[in-house]
Write a protein that binds this ligand. Structure first.
Ligand code: ADP
Ligand code: GLC
Length: 495
């Protein structure tokens, strides 16, 4: 084998330590597959309150205790702790940057009381980014690649290409910046820029500036050696219009030649209906009848009457505008007239929490809602539902539709981003279809797709054939991780 690469993977959330969405799943699964391929990949994230020392056997790194880190005029102390991600085959080292004042809070990004971002998120992530580079220097570990993810890490790219431009340790280091969601940009007032320690010209001339403010996603885009997004369709969408690029579409367009769309994979060890310990009964494509036991358990959990003939539609999601719940709101009464049941697990914006809570009250026998975050219930919903609904306005990749496919739960999705890249419409492609896809962001089209799904469900033979096809689809990380490794190697060859 050629020389193994050393890669630092930086992300603000990683399963099982801290998670708000798919970024955490990706940040655990991809590094493990890259490690299995023989490379030295290590992860770094903030030590949030959820990262319990005891639960995760976290230990201190003595020489990285109380490191002074500059935050504008202030010097603050950060300590690095460490643990491992372990699965059967590999062990990946994880570094945590700890500062209790900044990170030890009941939620990662948002104050649960106000549902607003923490007012000092600029400090929290400037400190994190400076702390990551400080850690590398003190460790004397030379990464060939620093792989950054989303706005929380964007400043690292800018620091490397300015303040650290002549630092021997990073002389040959290349930076990959992955955009998981262009809607979250880390925008702060210009006064926050002073705290980054970056030279003045990086604001205006080369571009952290965004309508007079500082934009940390843009920092990543402007200074990375290569940009990736999490699906090929999303890579095109973000440069196509404001709806997808959220004001950065021009930058995405200019960077098109440096950008690639690599579809996420899924963790097939965690999401496997044949061995899942969180579901009522394990099953495979050859024992589909056992899936019904999960449907029964699911109905019980949501206090819905169980009827094998009535399809259950599952939803597991952050309740955010991105996910298309206003379409459901618009057509809820019509949906509830159909012969189906819906179970929802999610938390987020109050208007959507209320929508589903009220819906469950009003349509007692047809709708169940659980507001909160519940890993175990998410697995049971995947296993017990017949269909899975994701009517997203935009979806950079989406993981739940992949989990659904693997559990034989046919997805009903809008053709956007990773949903378009991973689900084929059964009516359009009767021999290879794995779900139901609607094109425009219109409530009527979503309702029609649901109706088409119900119709197909009535034909057991057609339905089971589609289930088997869906379950056979390979959405593992193997293919996509290879693409990342190829990209890393290609970048290192460039001068
Ligand atoms: P996003 O990252 O935009 O939220 P993804 O589909 O990529 O969307 O990933 C969502 C991940 O978060 C999935 O693993 C899903 O199961 C999980 N998830 C979302 N909401 C909840 C919830 N309320 N309870 C448990 N898991 C959830
Ligand atoms: C983001 C996107 C989601 C994607 C996930 C992981 O949170 O909203 O579509 O699957 O990141 O890349």
């Amino acid at each position: 084998m050629a020389k193994p690469l050393s890669i630092l993977f930086v992300s603000s959330e990683v399963v099982p330590f801290a998670k708000t969405g798919g970024l955490a799943d990706v940040s655990a699964a991809l590094p493990q597959v890259v490690r299995e391929a023989g490379h030295d990949i290590r992860i770094m994230m903030p030590k949030f309150a959820a990262v319990s020392d005891r639960k995760f056997k976290i230990h201190d790194i003595k020489r990285l205790t109380d490191m002074p880190i500059q935050l504008g005029e202030k010097t603050m102390l950060g300590s690095v702790k460490s643990s491992f991600l372990t699965n059967i085959k590999t062990k990946v080292q994880v570094y945590f940057l700890s500062n209790d004042d900044l990170y030890c809070r009941p939620d990662l990004y948002v104050d649960p009381k106000t549902k607003e971002s923490w007012p000092d998120n600029d400090d929290r992530f400037i400190f994190f980014c400076r702390g990551v580079l400080r850690t590398m220097l003190l460790l004397g570990w030379k990464p060939d690649i620093i792989h950054l993810n989303d706005w929380q890490t964007g400043l690292i790219a800018a620091l490397l290409k300015t303040e650290y431009a002549n630092e021997p340790l990073f002389k040959n280091t290349k930076v990959v910046f992955t955009v998981h969601n262009a809607a979250y940009q880390g925008i702060f007032p210009k006064s926050s820029f002073e705290k980054t320690g970056l030279p003045d010209k990086t604001f205006k001339e080369q571009g952290l500036e965004f309508h007079g403010k500082m934009n940390l996603l843009k920092a990543g885009l402007m200074y990375a050696d290569h940009i990736t997004t999490v699906s090929p369709t999303y890579a095109k969408e973000i440069r196509s219009s404001k709806e997808y690029g959220f004001g950065l579409e021009g930058v995405f367009k200019r960077k098109a030649r440096k950008t690639s769309g690599i579809l996420n994979g899924m963790d097939t060890a965690v999401w496997d209906p044949s061995s899942d310990k969180m579901i009522a009964k394990t099953y495979t494509k050859d024992s589909l009848e056992k899936k019904l036991e999960n449907k029964k358990a699911l109905c019980e959990q949501f206090k819905l009457p169980f009827d094998p003939e009535i399809p259950v539609i599952g939803i597991v999601s952050r309740l955010a505008d991105q996910k298309g719940f206003d379409l459901i709101e618009e057509k809820l009464a019509d949906i509830m007239k159909l012969d189906l049941q819906i179970v929802v697990l999610g938390s987020g914006e109050k208007k959507y929490e209320d929508l589903f809570k009220k819906g469950a009250k009003k349509y007692k026998k047809k709708m169940g809602a659980h507001i909160g975050f519940d890993e175990e219930l998410a697995h049971l919903i995947e296993a017990g539902s017949d269909m899975f609904l994701m009517p997203s306005k935009y979806e950079p990749c989406g993981l739940n539709q992949m989990y659904s496919l693997r559990y034989g739960t046919l997805p009903i999705v809008r053709a956007t981003g990773g949903l378009a890249d991973s689900v084929d419409d059964l009516d359009e492609k009767p021999k290879s279809g794995t779900g139901f896809v609607f094109k425009d962001y219109k409530a009527k089209q979503m309702l029609d797709a649901i109706k088409r799904a119900l119709k197909a469900f009535d034909d057991r033979k057609v339905w089971e054939a589609a289930m088997v096809r869906a379950m056979k689809k390979d959405n593992s990380w193997d293919v996509s991780a290879k693409k990342y490794i190829e990209l890393y190697k290609k970048l290192l060859k460039k001068k």
